[in-house]
Design a protein around this ligand. Structure first.
Ligand code: ZN
Ligand code: ZN
Length: 281
């Protein structure tokens, strides 16, 4: 299994000289299972370049698109996903129960007409909404995918992939806190992340910033390091970088997290998610 980061940023795309290392596109990752099947998580602005890459590979596309939630930074790239305009593309949409509604509303919504020149109904790809993951597990070839509710405004889902090569957990837009909603307390996430070979987790803020951003649904290096430690994860990737965070500041955040893990005596490798990079699991 491997994961490629096409969009690592939170909230809004932030291209420019200050985001060259970690990237400026919003959330989109490609997960290739051991069978070769491609699963996409989220449709932020990063999905545009993923679409070009998939088209260059030149084969009929049979994709699974899992939506974590429908905040703008996770769906707004969808109209720019090239395979939507080809007939030999099949996309199964699953994950968050309102995911398909969010994707449709990028094209048009009931409040105002004229937000986009194309209609969702005119797309050539075959798009099949499912609702398997919100209520249970999904089997994809040799892999099993399970979900976990996020601690985030309006809710959402995180995903765990178990395949022959290992375990990958993807949790973004998630606020780790002891007083979380029922089922989304810190200990619940420890259970969900248990023994992950690779844990990708939201780390948008610093602890001192969380003082005024509590309840916004994001985490910091201290809570993420604690999660990785208690869940005995082997590698940790910090994700959903704040759009105002410059490359050097993200690097310092990674260092801060690494120091905390070193102090806890946990030999966990920690990095910041970099747009364009691929990690094997
Ligand atoms: Zn987000
Ligand atoms: Zn969000």
């Amino acid at each position: 299994m491997e994961i490629t980061f096409w969009g690592t940023r939170g909230s809004i795309a932030s291209p420019g000289p200050d985001t060259l290392i970690y990237g400026g596109n919003t959330t989109c990752v490609e997960i290739n299972l051991c069978s070769g099947r491609t699963v996409i998580v989220d449709s932020g602005t990063g999905i545009r370049c993923l679409g070009d890459s998939l088209l260059e590979r030149g084969k009929a596309l049979d994709l699974v698109l899992l939506i974590t939630h429908i905040h703008w930074d996770h769906v707004s790239g969808f109209p720019f996903f090239g395979p939507l305009f080809r007939e030999n593309t099949r996309i199964v949409v699953d994950g968050f129960s309102r995911g398909i509604d969010g994707l449709k509303h990028v094209f048009s919504n009931k409040y105002v007409d004229g937000t986009w020149p194309l209609r969702f109904e005119d797309l050539k790809a075959c798009i099949e909404p499912r609702n398997n993951l919100a209520s249970g597990a999904m089997t994809l070839d040799s892999a099993t995918v399970t979900s976990h509710r996020l601690q985030h405004p309006q809710g959402g889902l995180g995903f765990r992939f178990t395949d022959a090569s290992g375990r990958l957990v993807f949790l973004t837009d998630n606020e780790l806190r002891n007083d979380g909603w029922s089922g989304t307390c810190f200990k619940d996430f420890v259970k969900f992340c248990r023994d992950a070979d690779l844990l990708v987790h939201d780390c948008q803020y610093l602890p001192e910033e969380l003082n005024v951003r509590k309840g916004w649904g994001h985490s910091d290096p201290e809570s993420v390091a604690r999660l990785a430690h208690e869940a005995a994860a082997k590698r940790l990737v910090l994700f959903h970088h704040d759009p105002w965070r410059k490359d050097a500041e993200v690097s310092r955040m990674v260092e801060r997290c690494a120091e905390l893990l070193a102090r806890s005596g946990t030999p966990i490798e920690v990095t910041g998610a970099r747009e364009g990079s691929t990690l094997k699991v």
